[in-house]
Structure formats: structure tokens, C-alpha cells
Design a protein around this ligand. Structure first.
Ligand code: UDP
Ligand code: MG
Length: 315
């Protein structure tokens, strides 16, 4: 069995040597044969130099350098499209995905699973983030058709056909948590203790997390648009009932001081609702706009060895 390990790297120069050492130790045992595909996602530090050096010293390690920062999703896709193994593992460069777990994951894959995912605990995370995540997953699973699990990320081992399935999904907006779930196949889960980052820092700011959260909601179906219809129907119904009441009231009781408060509340509430759903519609429209351009997901500027690398994965 030949295992490919795909690692997206963005400004990870300080951790790469550790990653190399850890992976070469672990993989020697976990797989009969292996390759590690390091994808430089347009880093601005010395990551690319480190990759050149590591790959020159150890030919089991290869790299692809993207022409700029395309984001982790694109970097993973670049790696997946170049992987040659019978199974492909995806993991982070910062050793927050413990490489020791790979042996067990690969073994499980051999037992007939197509995806083996690692699921982390939230130990050591900020309590606020843990709470928000819990709430988020509870809500989002009501909204989307695919199942999303808290603590399950990109750390996983995939069979060849699962990789092929993922590559066949050509959409530009890639919410991989959902895509992994969408392709289906038998999936095994391996739990592990949360690990804190050793070198460098996380690329997730609050704003990025918020955007990611919204991506999750609108990437998999159009339920938010359906919600707009129902909410619209409900408010129109209520407004109609209220209108009848106001008209009858003024015919029977005559017109007294008009209700400023009622009008204001109505204006503010409906103004807000309209803006919200205009935003929701815009979100879908924006996605159609991006999909319709059919741009490649990434561009490659350099790669190790003489392996010809296709410039981009067309959609
Ligand atoms: N990463 C990437 N491109 C980006 C951002 C991140 O390739 O634009 C890589 C990063 O180098 C790391 C992985 O994605 O290997 C996860 O990033 P990070 O550790 O910042 O995320 P966290 O672990 O905090 O969720
Ligand atoms: Mg990390």
C-alpha cells in the first residue's frame, strides 16, 4: 500500500523540520511506501526555501508552490490532484494533527472504510469558542442536508475512490467539511486529544471564522431562501390581520392619536428583515457569479523534482 500525505503550508517555516522528522518516523511504520506532498500556499516567510531544502534532502518529500495565497481549501485540492498513492492522508503542517495517529487511521482504512477521520476534543480551547462551536453545529445541522460534526476537520485518510469523488466536485466555493460529508462512503472516526500549536500562529481570526460559518450555511442548499419565503408569508399574514383590526377599530371607535411606537417598530423590524434576506440572496447570487467564471482553483509556480505539474485543476 502506497500512502500519500498532503500537507498545506502557509507561513510555517519554523515547524517544517519538525514535521519532516515526525512524518518520516511515523510513516516508515504506517505504510509500505509513502510520499509527502507539501503545498506552499503562497507563504510570505521562508517556507518555500525550507520546502526546497527538505525535498532536496529527502526525495520521499515533494512540494508544489502555488503562485499566491489561494487558501487552505485550494492548497489541499492542489495536493489531492497530484497525489499518486492508493490512499491519501490530509493533515496540517503545524503538528496539531498528531502524525502518530496515521498508523491507526491507515489500518482502519484497510478494514473497508473509504474515509477515516480524526475527531479532536476541545480541551484547552477558549471556553467561549467551544460554546459558540457547539451552538453553531446544533443550528447548522438543522439547516444543511449533509451532516457536520464538531471537532471533525480536514485531518483524515481517504481511499483512492474517495479522492476521485472529491476531485470530481468542481465547484469554486469549496466548503470541504461539507464536501467530505457529501461524497458519503463508509466513514470511521478516530478520536484524539486536542493539541495546541507549537510554532507560528493560527490563521483563523474571528472574522474568518464568522465567514466560514456563513459559508457552511449557504454552501449546501437553499434553505435560507426558503426561510425568507416562510417568514415573508408569516409577516404578510400578520400584517393583514392587523390591517383589518386597525380599519375596523377606526370605523367603530373613530381615529384617535396614531400609534407612533407601532409604526416605528414595524418599520425597523421589516427594514431589518428585508436587508437580512437581501443579503442572503446576494450571497447566493455572488456564488453563481464566481462559479460562472470557471476560473482554476489554484495556479502553480514551482514544484520539486522533474514531476510535471499541471498548472491548474480546471473546473
Ligand atoms: N493554511 C494554508 N493556507 C491558508 C491558511 C492556512 O495552507 O491560507 C494551512 C496552514 O499552514 C496549516 C493549516 O492550513 O497547515 C491549518 O491552518 P491553521 O493552523 O492556521 O488553522 P487552525 O489549526 O488554527 O484551525
Ligand atoms: Mg493549526
Amino acid at each position: 500500500m502506497r500512502l500519500s500525505v498532503v500537507v498545506p503550508c502557509f507561513n510555517e517555516e519554523r515547524g517544517l523540520q519538525h514535521l519532516h522528522d515526525a512524518l518520516s518516523t511515523v510513516l516508515a511504520v504506517a505504510a509500505e511506501e509513502f510520499e509527502v506532498l507539501l503545498v506552499d500556499d503562497g507563504s510570505s516567510d521562508g517556507t518555500l526555501d525550507e520546502l526546497r531544502r527538505i525535498c532536496a534532502e529527502d526525495t520521499r518529500f515533494r512540494f508544489i508552490a502555488l503562485s499566491r495565497n489561494f487558501g487552505k481549501e485550494a492548497a489541499m485540492l492542489a495536493g489531492l490532484s497530484q497525489a499518486t498513492g492508493d490512499a491519501v492522508a490530509l493533515m496540517d503542517a503545524d503538528l496539531q494533527h498528531p502524525p502518530e495517529l496515521l498508523a491507526k487511521m491507515v489500518e482502519l482504512l484497510g478494514h473497508g472504510y473509504d474515509q477515516v477521520v480524526a475527531r479532536r476534543t476541545r480541551k484547552g480551547d477558549k471556553p467561549v469558542r467551544t460554546l459558540v462551536s457547539r451552538l453553531y453545529y446544533r443550528v447548522i445541522n438543522k439547516l444543511v442536508d449533509v451532516e457536520l460534526k464538531d471537532g471533525v476537520g480536514d485531518f483524515r485518510v481517504l481511499s483512492k475512490r474517495a479522492v476521485k469523488a472529491l476531485l470530481s466536485l468542481g465547484e469554486y466555493n469549496r466548503f470541504s467539511k461539507g464536501l467530505f460529508s457529501w461524497i458519503g462512503f463508509d466513514t470511521a472516526v478516530v478520536p484524539y486529544e486536542n493539541v495546541q500549536r507549537q510554532h507560528g500562529e493560527t490563521k483563523w481570526t474571528f472574522g474568518k471564522l464568522l465567514n466560514y460559518g456563513i459559508d457552511g450555511v449557504v454552501s449546501f442548499n437553499s434553505k435560507p431562501l426558503r426561510m425568507a419565503i416562510y417568514l415573508g408569508l408569516l409577516t404578510t399574514g400578520l400584517a393583514f390581520i392587523y390591517a383589518v383590526y386597525v380599519i375596523l377599530d377606526s370605523i367603530i371607535g373613530g381615529v384617535d392619536t396614531p400609534g407612533y411606537a407601532t409604526v416605528m417598530v414595524g418599520v425597523i423590524a421589516f427594514g431589518g428583515l428585508q436587508l437580512l434576506f437581501l443579503g442572503v440572496m446576494g450571497e447566493y447570487l455572488g456564488r453563481i457569479y464566481y462559479e460562472s467564471k470557471r476560473r482554476p482553483h489554484f495556479l502553480v509556480k514551482e514544484s520539486s523534482g522533474d514531476t510535471p505539474v499541471t498548472v491548474a485543476l480546471g473546473t
